[in-house]
Ligand binder design. Structure first.
Ligand code: NCD
Length: 330
């Protein structure tokens, strides 16, 4: 075996037969919403719609039979990790769950590049959530297999933004001409960072409502301004609730605060109640990436405009679509 050369594989070594648009994602990482065009979204939502029909008709099917996903979570997660697991298993694949990195070699001081180079020996795709901005991009630099960013600190959460947009489209039937109001922790909330960026592909107006210390980062406001997106900042919801088509509420990200007194000063700043919903449009969609910790009162749950539980289900179909696409089966 002295002359044995290990195969030097690159990402996307060959295109699968058939559809070229789907082929575009084959073997690719999903790191930021910046990598998607409007055409890509059309395609992803089309596949997600097919996934939804299949799940409703037969529940589980064999599209990714034999494929393995590694779910590597360095931060807590309920929805993202379990929806990726469910997505993979509904497609006939299986999952290596590493959600307690304390019990993996990470606890022995293993670096992220080494951890992903290990997991890709066993898995075909790796989903990563990590507290540092840029962690998934770093992992992708070292990995041959596709890396999917499931949240990198206060950076991005691209699959959440895709499912958020799919939710808006499914609930309202359009994405152009909408007024989207983001409320809560816009500084540390990565879901709103990704969603705001993804919305630049559409004709929308964005309102930001937050306490002063939790305003949308200037860098993102600037990016959107360059793309010509009309944006306005407010410290109360009242002036904009009546003109809002999508109200996107976020949790104050306690774990990101350096000073806990600052957290205490803003934690209950906004709570959506039935009285507030009375001022909202009849066809408004109320969304939240969840978990909620008091930002939306439970009395609002029965309101037909409350879409946050449906939003989780849309997420399953979008993640099924993304897995099928990066593994060359969509
Ligand atoms: C979000 C996250 O982790 O960024 N959760 C999620 O993925 N649905 C939002 C949050 O934690 O507040």
């Amino acid at each position: 075996m002295a002359n044995y050369q290990p195969p030097q594989r690159k990402k996307s070594p060959y295109l699968p037969l058939g559809d070229q648009q789907g082929a575009r994602f084959y073997g690719k990482d999903i790191l930021s919403v910046k990598q998607f065009s409007r055409d890509d979204l059309d395609y992803i939502f089309g596949v997600a719609e097919e996934m939804r029909e299949m799940v409703e008709r037969i529940g589980t099917f064999d599209l990714l039979k034999g494929k393995i996903l590694a779910n590597l979570f360095y931060e807590p997660s309920t929805r993202t990790s379990s929806s990726f697991t469910s997505a993979m298993e509904r497609l006939g694949g299986s999952v290596i769950p590493i959600s307690e990195v304390r019990y993996s070699s990470v606890a022995k001081g293993e670096s992220l590049p080494d951890t992903v180079r290990t997991l890709e020996c066993y898995a075909d795709v790796i989903v990563i959530r990590h507290p540092e901005v840029g962690a998934s991009a770093l992992a992708a630099k070292y990995a041959r297999k596709p890396i999917i960013n499931a949240g990198d600190g206060v950076g991005e959460h691209p699959t959440q933004a895709l499912l958020d947009l799919f939710t808006i489209y499914s609930e309202l039937g359009r994405l152009d001409g909408l007024t989207v109001t983001m409320l809560g922790d816009l500084k540390y909330g990565r879901t709103v960072h990704s969603l705001a960026r993804l919305l630049t592909l559409f004709r929308v107006k964005i309102n930001y409502v937050s306490p002063d210390i939790l305003r949308m980062p200037q860098e993102i406001i600037h990016e959107l301004k360059e793309q010509g997106v009309p944006q306005e900042e407010f410290d109360t919801l009242d002036p904009v609730i009546g003109q809002t088509d999508v109200l996107y509420v976020t949790r104050v990200q306690k774990e990101r605060f350096e000073n806990q007194d600052d957290y205490e000063s803003v934690k209950g700043a906004f709570v959506i109640t039935p009285e507030i919903m009375d001022k909202a449009r009849e066809k408004m969609v109320l969304m939240h990436p969840l978990p909620r910790v008091g930002e939306i009162s439970m009395e609002v749950d029965e309101d037909p405009r409350a879409a946050y539980f449906r939003q989780m289900e849309y997420g399953l179909y979008v993640r099924m679509a993304l897995l099928a696409m990066v593994l060359g089966k969509a």
